[in-house]
Write a protein that binds this ligand. Structure first.
Ligand code: SF4
Length: 418
């Protein structure tokens, strides 16, 4: 674990620099020449899960309807500024919590941008045939459902058993949800402190039976603020176990699935829609607490829902933070995300940054070559099987950095963790 611990420390340090935002209210970015991705955040959940570090608040219909009104206006503001979107990802929270509003939002997005890909996250209680048909009719190609685990004791301890059903119920709902959209993705979490090897094997067996098109297996990621709550609830996270479980997952899924990122696995011989952070170099974030990466800078919207709505209804962009990156920082981000998608070509990198990867990423490439994490063939940098786990560690630490920033921003917006 020496290399993994070193990598984790390096990424943690780099992330805290990446999320050291500039002071002052930022101006909105200029529209790029080409269409980019749009991330839309719906922060409402029926109940809040204890391990979750996302920006989410308890659902209240009136508040959610006002929020959707603001969201539509924010997307119009980007359209009027010249932005165009080729792909849309709706995440949360629970995006399907107020379906009529979501469908109206998606209809407007289709009318204005005709994106080739639309992905929507949901929870297992929204996997009924009618909802899936409506989503498919609205142009949704990928539905990602938060299953997390099929172990009843674990579901009970993370508060999802009563909300979304037992292992048997989840398996049945997932199996029946296939075929409505191009890609049905099951989001899973592994390495809960009380999760045993037998529990993980049960998850893998259940997935084999339900056989979704795609499986995303995240390691448990907890921000500094939720760490204490999780430790009290389930104990400390063991990263040695994470590595062992990751190798069990990859070997078990290899029979029916191919890796499409370090932690996403898609059915073999089929065309799937992948995570937007892998496929899109730039994206706009719409909604409270959403992030965007545009024109060499990262932007964050305000985390306060009242401030978000107020500013939009005044005709202002709801941006609250920005950080412009240097070319070296941007190239490191491109390296992280590119190899998270398993490989990166030197030619497009050179075209984008004006220098070859060796010039901008010499120390990183040397480090991962020496530690056996990457190999380079004919100008293509590829992850080795060992490197895939290194990237899991890096992405875990990167997203923990995002979560820490969210926690601070939510605290500043007067939102308490629950
Ligand atoms: S895990 Fe999903 S359902 Fe639970 S609080 Fe977080 S966003 Fe909401």
């Amino acid at each position: 674990m020496i290399v993994e611990n070193l990598i984790a420390r390096m990424v943690r340090k780099a992330s805290s620099r990446y999320f050291a935002f500039e002071d002052g209210r930022p101006q909105p970015p200029c529209a790029p020449a080409e269409p980019i991705h749009l991330y839309i955040h719906i922060p409402f959940c029926a109940e809040l899960c204890p391990y979750c570090s996302f920006h989410r608040v308890p659902y209240r219909e009136e508040r959610a309807r006002e929020y959707f009104r603001a969201l539509k206006r924010e997307i119009d503001m980007y359209r009027d500024r010249g932005f165009s979107f080729s792909g849309v990802y709706v995440g949360g929270g629970t995006p399907t919590i107020l379906l009529d509003e979501l469908l109206d939002l998606l209809a407007r997005v289709q009318r204005d941008f005709s994106p080739s890909e639309v992905s929507v996250e949901t929870n297992p209680d929204r996997l009924d045939a009618r909802t899936l048909e409506l989503l498919a009719d609205a142009g949704v190609k990928r539905v990602s459902v938060g299953i997390q685990t099929f172990s009843d004791p674990l579901l009970k301890s993370i508060g999802r058993y009563d909300k979304y059903g037992s292992s048997e119920v989840l398996k049945e709902r997932l199996a029946k949800a296939k075929g409505f959209v191009q890609t049905l993705n099951a989001d899973m979490i592994y390495n809960f402190p009380t999760q045993s090897r037998a529990m993980l094997e049960q998850d893998l067996e259940a997935l084999k039976e339900a056989s979704p098109d795609q499986i995303t297996f995240y390691p448990l990621m907890i921000s500094d603020a939720t760490r204490k709550k999780m430790t009290d609830l389930m104990g400390r996270v063991n990263y040695r176990k994470e590595r062992l479980f990751y190798s069990l997952i990859t070997s078990h899924l290899a029979q029916d699935y191919r890796a499409s990122s370090a932690w996403c696995f898609s059915k073999k011989d089929t065309s799937m829609i992948d995570e937007y952070v892998v496929v899109s170099q730039e994206y706009v974030g719409a909604g409270s607490g959403a992030f965007g990466l545009v024109g060499g800078g990262i932007y964050a919207n305000t985390f306060s829902l009242p401030a978000y709505c107020e500013r939009i209804f005044r005709g202002e962009f709801p941006l609250s933070a920005r950080r412009l990156f240097s070319v070296r920082e941007l190239s490191r981000y491109a390296f992280l995300m590119g190899l998270f998608g398993l490989s990166m070509d030197s030619a497009p990198f050179r075209k984008r940054f004006g220098s070859p990867p060796w010039w901008l990423l010499g120390p990183e490439l040397l480090f991962f070559l020496l530690t056996g994490g990457i190999r380079i063939e004919q100008g293509r940098i590829m992850l080795t099987p060992r490197g895939r786990y290194y990237w899991v560690v890096m992405m875990r630490e990167f997203f923990t950095g995002v979560d820490n920033f969210r926690d601070l921003s939510r605290e500043a917006a007067g939102i308490t963790a629950r």
